[in-house]
Write a protein that binds this ligand. Structure first.
Ligand SMILES: C[S@@+](CC[C@H](N)C(=O)[O-])C[C@H]1O[C@@H](n2cnc3c(N)ncnc32)[C@H](O)[C@@H]1O
Length: 294
């Protein structure tokens, strides 16, 4: 059965990207970019720690051309070399977050590496040292939003799914992105637990979200300014005033960021970093499934 939220996103899909950028004055682009850069730093640092040493770029192992680096989560398939990063953009909508991630990680895997969990490979020219990204999975329950992925020609599979009951095996992904999706699912704890299940040990979940306002500036912004401005603009450009009223209300109804972090810890995650953007208009929360997790 279609939920009202799913209907709503189907209804605004064709104008979603434009309005997202317009209403946030393009800050959403910068926030996604920051999150992906920070993830790259975290994954890179982990790979150095995990492997102990990292070969100098361009160095050649005894086997031939594979640098001796391990990804943080590569408990399998890492005897030598590394595995491609397996990325899920959850509540991924039109795929902007996955697209940014791929650009920040500078490219994908060569065709021989695609779809192989245990591929050993040499990074492509121009690829972040030691990493390539498998074709991403963009998961969302709105078919309308997913239909907007195709024209962007992202190297990704669009999968219609429910964030609280995903059709994936345990430990299927190394990195999960969730941009502005958490507050839309009916049960954020359920979505966190399900993300934990499909994330590999040592893997990251990055939640970029508008959390319920706590300080005076945020309360004024979300309770006074946003309800005046956002539904009017949304109605003007998409004809869907209700959808943009819902978006503002969903922020006020959602958890404050500290309560969300506490919930994530209760689900088993380590909170690695909380980044506040623009005085608390949004936050990037970086969670990690412990390396020791079974
Ligand atoms: C505000 S949009 C965010 C889209 C994109 N991640 C971004 O960064 O712009 C929220 C998305 O969450 C999806 N969503 C909401 N509830 C969901 C659920 N239970 N399962 C899967 N996707 C869901 C919606 O369809 C919508 O595409």
């Amino acid at each position: 059965m279609k939920s009202p939220v799913r209907n709503m996103f189907d209804g605004i899909a064709s104008r979603y990207d434009f309005l997202n950028h317009f209403l946030s004055c393009y800050q959403d682009v910068l926030w996604r970019r920051y999150c992906c850069k920070r993830l790259k730093k975290m994954v890179t640092e982990d790979s150095v720690t995990a492997a102990g040493t990292v070969s100098a770029p361009g160095s050649v192992t005894a086997e031939g051309t594979v640098p001796e680096i391990e990804t943080a989560s590569s408990s399998e398939g890492t005897a030598r070399g590394m595995r491609a990063l397996r990325l899920l953009d959850l509540c991924g909508g039109t795929g902007d977050f996955a697209n940014t991630f791929r650009k920040i990680f500078e490219g994908g895997c060569s065709s021989s590496q695609k779809g192989t969990d245990t591929a050993q490979f040499a990074p492509q020219k121009g690829t972040a040292r030691g990493f390539c990204v498998e074709p991403a999975v963009i998961g969302d329950f709105s078919y309308g939003m997913l239909a907007e992925v195709k024209p962007k020609k992202i190297d990704a599979y669009a999968v219609q799914l429910d964030a609280m009951k995903m059709p994936f095996a345990e430990r299927r992904f190394d990195v999960i992105l969730n941009g502005f999706g958490m507050r839309n699912v009916p049960d954020a704890r359920g979505a966190l637990m399900e993300s934990y299940r499909v994330l590999d040990a040592g893997g990251y979940l990055c939640v970029l979200e508008f959390f319920s306002p706590r300080n005076l500036f945020n309360k004024f912004f979300y309770k006074v300014l946003a309800p005046l401005f956002i539904p009017v603009m949304g109605a003007f450009f998409s004809g869907k005033r209700d959808a943009y009223e819902y978006l503002v209300n969903s922020i006020i109804r959602f958890l404050p960021v500290d309560e969300f972090c506490k919930m994530a810890e209760e689900c088993g995650f380590e909170v690695k970093k909380v980044k506040m953007f623009d005085g608390g208009i949004s936050f990037g929360v970086f969670l990690r499934k412990p390396v020791s997790a079974s």
